[in-house]
Ligand binder design. Structure first.
Ligand code: SAM
Ligand code: SF4
Length: 347
């Protein structure tokens, strides 16, 4: 990738009205894009990666300019929210370019980030300045040795420092994400909620999804359902179901007398596909219409094509809606359902 970064082409405004443009065959409006800016990561979480991951060759990755062009095209087509994710987005060189350009788009209501927080100490303030409103931070354990085991290489102290930097930067909201695995960290859900509560963060618990082969554990044996977590939490917290909807798949509960919400992302136990409003762009430029299916369109081929016209890109995105399936195909008893790991998908 060139170190010199040019300004993106000015966006073509095709969505002058607020009428939804991206509507799938099941009548769902797509208003949310998740962009994976890299498949690489400085951690190796046991549920996300195998210990011998192969990463995409750099020339196959979208350049930062290409990412901005595709993101802008989605905003022109009515997308209101973009989340930057990965792999670990903050290890991509010059990644602030993406945040600064997307954050300046007038049609975008929310620019958010999912990160493991290892790099937040140096990036938090600049991300806030670039227009990032909300930030999701993955944190599966508050115990250093266990954190190291789950991430294979991670340093909890570095991550907690990153979280403090994010607090100081003043994001509208910080939410923690924790993937809960039986006999790995299921006994820590109360501590994690207490940590979130004492810092006025939200927290979501995620059921592990069978994306890619992982060799550290058997996903079926480590399954710990959202209902089991909720049961455990109710022994300690007064939780009431909330109607809050942040445009994501979480079902929320509120802790009595507190601003903290506890969410559950439960692909196995509570299917959320009926409300799906999102699509995902992989670091290689593949537009995935569903996290749990392979239906996709190659947008890299269009932005690198001979004509490279904004109209062609816009049309390809509109036409992709026809490929959006009704729901995911996750089945814990068949492993793996998809050979694509979460770091490629952009969780
Ligand atoms: N590296 C960043 C991070 O960890 O926050 C962003 C990318 S990561 C792939 C996004 C989210 O996906 C994280 O919250 C992570 O815990 C979650 N995740 C990864 N693999 C998963 C899996 N197999 N099932 C469920 N969640 C997974
Ligand atoms: Fe990296 Fe995030 Fe995957 Fe962990 S979950 S290995 S931090 S991409």
């Amino acid at each position: 990738m060139s170190a010199v970064i040019n300004s993106p082409m000015p966006p073509t405004r095709v969505n002058a009205s607020d009428a939804p443009i991206l509507i799938d065959p099941f009548g769902r409006t797509v208003s949310y894009l998740r962009i994976s800016v890299t498949d690489r990561c400085d951690l190796r979480c046991i549920y996300c990666m195998s210990d011998d991951m192969q990463f995409a060759p750099r020339e196959q990755m979208l350049s930062l300019e290409e990412i901005v062009r595709i993101g802008s095209a989605f905003v022109d087509l009515g997308v209101k929210k973009i989340r930057i994710t990965g792999g670990e987005p903050l290890i991509r060189k010059n990644v602030l370019h993406v945040f600064e350009h997307l954050g300046a788009l007038p049609g975008l209501d929310e620019l958010t980030l999912t990160t493991n927080a290892t790099q937040l100490s140096r990036y938090a303030t600049r991300l806030r300045d670039a227009g990032v409103n909300r930030i999701n931070i993955s944190l599966d354990s508050l115990r250093p040795a266990r954190f190291r085991h789950i991430t294979r290489v991670g340093n909890l102290h570095q991550v907690l420092e990153g979280i403090e930097a994010a607090q100081a930067a003043g994001f509208d909201k910080i939410k923690l994400n924790a993937v809960i695995l039986k006999h790995k960290n299921h006994d820590e859900v109360i501590d994690l909620v207490e940590y979130a509560h004492s810092n006025a963060f939200d927290i979501s618990f995620i059921e592990e999804m069978p994306l890619g082969i992982v060799n550290e554990h058997d996903r079926l044996c480590s399954y710990y359902s959202s209902d089991e977590i909720l049961r455990d939490l109710r022994q300690h917290f007064d939780l009431s179901a909330s109607t809050a909807n942040t445009g994501g798949p979480s079902r929320y509960y509120r802790i009595h007398d507190s601003e903290t919400r506890v969410g559950f992302i439960s692909p196995h136990s509570h299917n959320f596909c009926g409300d799906c409003n999102r699509v995902r762009l992989t670091a290689e430029g593949r537009l995935l219409l569903c996290l749990g299916q392979e239906n996709s369109v190659d947008l890299r081929q269009i932005v690198r094509g001979q004509t490279d016209s904004p109209e062609e890109l816009s049309q390809a995105i509109r036409e992709s809606m026809a490929l959006k399936p009704k729901g995911h195909a996750f089945d814990m008893t068949v492993q793996p359902v998809l050979f694509r790991h979460m770091n490629k998908t952009g969780g």
